[in-house]
Design a protein around this ligand. Structure first.
Ligand code: PXP
Length: 245
């Protein structure tokens, strides 16, 4: 199981002080290079429509600088689709986006927007970009995802992470993730997962089969404040090493 490091919050910190300026620290690209050196298999960045953290220039610089895979999280809107086609990340992860949300709240509603998502997948594939769909562990969404031409889904682990300290709810969420991953794998989709994961809730997630990559941001950056980013990543990789698929 590989680790994709989400570096959005490095930009969040920079924007807190330097919003609207063309310089400032900390630099998310520098963080990406540090993450790669510490063992990250990929770098994830979300260019939100409101540019609250990552800005266009960051993505272009990441594309040039990193040596692993660039996973570009994006809303399915014309401006960002155009940007992705131009910058050509290795993979895009399509997410729903609301301006008022603090973080991505739910998975993509593929059932209601199947035609648009299918069209976006086909444009990305024509440009040589792989596509992942960020989904709640819902069988109807997984089934619809398989019809869009996306190669991957990323299972939204947020509900699991939120329920982690309530055993009964947590077990329900784990079962949903297990079932969704089995279903997706069975119909030929590759499965990633992410949102709200940390060293405490990760060991139990090992029961979910077929996971290829986890995308983790907030807990890594929070831990990095105290022990540094390389050490935070090493700690996470050590927990992930227990995964048997
Ligand atoms: N995957 C997706 C699609 C996300 O939107 C996010 C949050 O930006 C993450 C993974 C990482 O979540 P967290 O920052 O809670 O680790």
């Amino acid at each position: 199981m590989k680790l994709g490091v989400n570096i959005d919050h490095v930009a969040t910190l920079r924007e807190a002080r330097y919003r609207g300026r063309d310089h400032g620290e900390p630099d998310p690209v520098e963080a990406a290079l540090v993450a790669e050196k510490a063992g990250a298999a990929g770098i994830t960045a979300h260019l939100r429509e409101d540019r609250r953290h990552i800005i266009d220039r960051d993505v272009r610089r990441l594309r040039e600088a990193i040596r692993t895979r660039l996973n570009f999280e994006m809303a399915v809107v014309p401006e960002i689709i155009q940007f992705a086609l131009e910058v050509k990340p290795d993979i895009v992860c399509l997410v729903p986006e609301k301006r008022t949300e603090v973080t991505t709240e739910g998975g993509l509603d593929v059932v209601s927007h199947e035609a648009l998502i299918r069209d976006t997948c086909s444009r990305m594939r024509d440009a040589g970009i792989e596509v992942s769909l960020f989904l709640d562990p819902d069988p109807r969404q997984v089934e619809a995802a398989a019809r869009t031409g996306a190669g991957y889904i990323e299972l939204h682990t947020g509900a699991y992470a939120e329920a982690f300290d309530r055993k009964r709810e947590r077990n329900v969420e784990i079962e949903r993730l297990v079932a969704a991953s089995r279903q997706a794998h069975g119909i030929g989709l590759k499965v990633n997962a992410g949102h709200g994961l940390n060293v405490r809730n990760l060991p139990l997630l090992h029961i979910v089969p077929h996971l290829i990559e986890l995308n983790i941001g907030h807990s890594l950056m929070s831990r990095a404040i105290f022990v540094g980013l390389p050490e935070a990543i090493r700690e996470m990789l050590a927990v992930m090493a227990g995964y048997r698929g």
